[in-house]
Design a protein around this ligand. Structure first.
Ligand code: ADP
Length: 583
């Protein structure tokens, strides 16, 4: 019997009860306790041990044993009770067998109550604890909570909303108002964002308190930069410079969260400055788009290629293409076949715009025009990836996309020693073995540099460029050569695909526009269309040159890890931060 009782105490519940819902969980601003083993949403951990694991028999057999025991002893005792009444035997006189039966009845009753009864009782308790608002329903039922890999603290803070907004939040939560339609319904972008973030917090049960709402012009992004906003991310902007480039001094804004990056670029700028600055040349300026079209035969696809690449047809195509914008000017058409499919890479200048919209419209015009001569042409997609946008591709590396820029500087030997704390010979050797040979061994595609993408990304973010175009814009080969009998060093970066604009996209947003203004390249150029965007591309290349110089020097001098440990880990004092960043 002791065994039976101890079995009862180990008896599991059929399934763990749902944790009771705290009606104030969203209002509770305190940190929640760390997730316990009872946390229903913790799916990532190893399965928790269950009491049923301790049973000598499988659960279903144990249940069967106790069911049988309960009903058989109950039947036996009732039978005995009836006999005692019939034969006038006193009820309190019990035999050993009857005593055993009573104990067995109690034990099996406790087991069955423990197994089947607790959930039932708890359902009443939790119902009493919870309120039945939409919010609790949604949070409990929200499958995203269950699929979230690691539960994060549920501390969403509910700001009191005006009653009218509260109603709208509820309508968003119950699906009566689509979240995406808030701006058009309310006609107030800030209010729409505030209602959406409130609904989001209630829906997910997770706080986004640290993501600011105030201090941003939500009207400025409507219909062009970001849909369904709930706030904005803050990225610190540091300044590297002066960057002495083509006789001008630039203070280069860099938006980054990587310690050392700005300091390192700044050091490179200094080395360039004291050596007389850098010189840049824009080799090419053309944005590309390449649709894919299909024919019934490779012969017909070939005919299209010959038509498009024929010099006699270029003028006609250019007239049709250039209708897309007063700034779009068709430069070239290149057609490549894959069987009966043709990939036509159009390249055009786009003024001060980065130009993706412009080139796409021009391509659309030409495709419509081509249907007259090629009615059997099946346009599969306006982009066939031969463009090639936001993907590493040899075509950009070889042919260029956006602005192709080469930037060079001569750094005097004494500057290499004093500012960069290394030597010309060490830099040249490291460049050969790392940026050239090492990248060749890695099978790199345009990655013959130390960290061009670090600088490109930071300047892109600060100036409102499309950060995804960092992929091809960071293609760069860094060359270093000892000159003047080995005393000085010639360094250059060649970047064939810098895709930047100073109008359109994110460039018109207040912060990004301020950074463009700092560089003197904000908006459309008054001198000639495209001057601002080309100058921005050269600034990107010049900053990359500074970054390459500084990081390569740090590696040559063996300072990389030391510097990172100092400025990326603990120190808040960046005085004297000069050296490195991540490669
Ligand atoms: P993108 O083509 O880079 O996606 P957008 O289409 O957003 O750029 O912005 C380009 C728009 O800016 C076009 O409508 C164009 O007419 C206008 N625009 C005004 N000034 C210029 C300029 N100097 N260069 C290019 N576009 C300009």
């Amino acid at each position: 019997m002791v065994g039976l009782i101890s079995l009862v105490s180990l008896t599991p519940r059929r399934r763990p009860p749902k944790p009771p819902v705290n009606p104030n969980r969203f209002l509770d601003n305190r940190s929640p306790p760390p997730p316990s083993d009872d946390d229903d949403i913790d799916r990532n951990r190893s399965p928790r041990p269950k009491a049923s694991d301790a049973l000598p028999l499988p659960l279903y057999l144990t249940n069967a044993v106790f069911f049988t025991l309960f009903f058989s002893v109950a039947y036996y005792l009732l039978h005995r009770w009836r006999d005692k009444i019939r034969y006038n035997t006193p009820l309190h006189v019990v035999t050993i067998t009857e005593l055993g039966a009573i104990v067995a009845l109690i034990a099996s009753f406790i087991y069955l109550l423990g197994f089947f009864g607790i959930d039932f009782v708890q359902s009443f308790i939790s119902r009493a604890d919870s309120n039945d608002s939409d919010r609790d329903y949604l949070v409990n039922e929200d499958h995203r909570l269950a699929t979230c890999p690691t539960p994060s603290p549920i501390v969403a803070k509910l700001d009191p909303l005006p009653e009218e907004d509260e109603e709208i939040v509820k309508s968003v939560l119950d699906g009566a108002i689509p979240s995406y339609s808030l701006e058009s319904r309310l006609g107030d972008c800030k209010r729409a964002a505030s209602i959406r973030r409130e609904a989001l917090q209630r829906l997910t049960g997770r706080s986004i308190e640290g993501l600011p709402l105030d201090g941003f012009d939500y009207d400025s992004i409507l219909g062009q930069c970001c849909e369904m906003p709930v706030g904005y991310v803050q990225i610190p902007v540091g300044i590297a410079g002066p960057l002495l480039l083509d006789g001008y001094e630039y203070s280069v804004p860099m938006a980054t969260t990587e310690g050392c990056l700005v300091a390192s670029t700044n050091r490179g700028c200094k080395a360039m400055y004291v050596s007389g600055g850098a010189t840049s040349t824009v080799l090419k300026d053309g944005m590309t788009r390449a649709p894919v079209v299909r024919f019934a035969s490779a012969r017909r696809a070939s005919e299209l290629k010959f038509f498009l690449e024929s010099p006699e047809n270029f003028e006609t195509l250019a007239v049709v293409f250039n209708r897309s914008s007063r700034f779009a000017r068709l430069q070239s058409v290149m057609c490549t076949l894959a069987g009966k499919n043709a990939y036509v890479r159009f390249s055009c200048s786009t003024g001060d715009a980065m130009g993706m919209n412009m080139v796409s419209k021009g391509v659309q015009n030409v495709l419509e025009f081509l249907t007259e001569d090629f009615p059997d042409m099946d346009v599969i997609g306006i982009s066939g990836n031969f463009c090639s946008d936001k993907k590493p591709a040899a075509v950009n590396w070889i042919e260029g996309r956006g602005k192709s820029v080469v930037c060079e500087a001569v750094i005097r030997g004494e500057t290499v020693n004093k500012v960069l704390k290394t030597s010309v010979a060490s830099l040249v050797e490291l460049n050969m073995l790392k940026n050239l040979t090492g990248s060749a061994i890695a099978g790199s595609l345009g990655g013959f540099n130390a960290h061009a993408s670090n600088i490109v990304s930071a300047v892109f973010l600060a100036t409102g460029q499309d950060p995804a175009q960092n992929v091809e814009s960071s293609q760069c080969i860094t060359m270093m050569e000892a000159i003047n009998d080995g005393k000085d060093i010639h360094i250059s970066v060649t970047m064939p695909s810098i895709e930047v604009g100073t109008v359109g996209g994110g460039t018109q947003l207040a912060s990004q526009s301020a950074c463009l203004n700092l560089l003197g390249v904000k908006g459309a150029s008054k001198e000639a269309p495209g001057m601002n965007s080309r100058r921005l591309a050269t600034i990107v290349a010049g900053a990359v040159l500074a970054g390459e110089l500084s990081l390569m020097s740090a590696i040559a001098a063996g300072q990389l890890v030391k510097s990172h440990m100092k400025y990326n880990r603990s120190s808040r004092d960046i005085t004297g931060a000069t050296t490195t960043t991540t490669t």
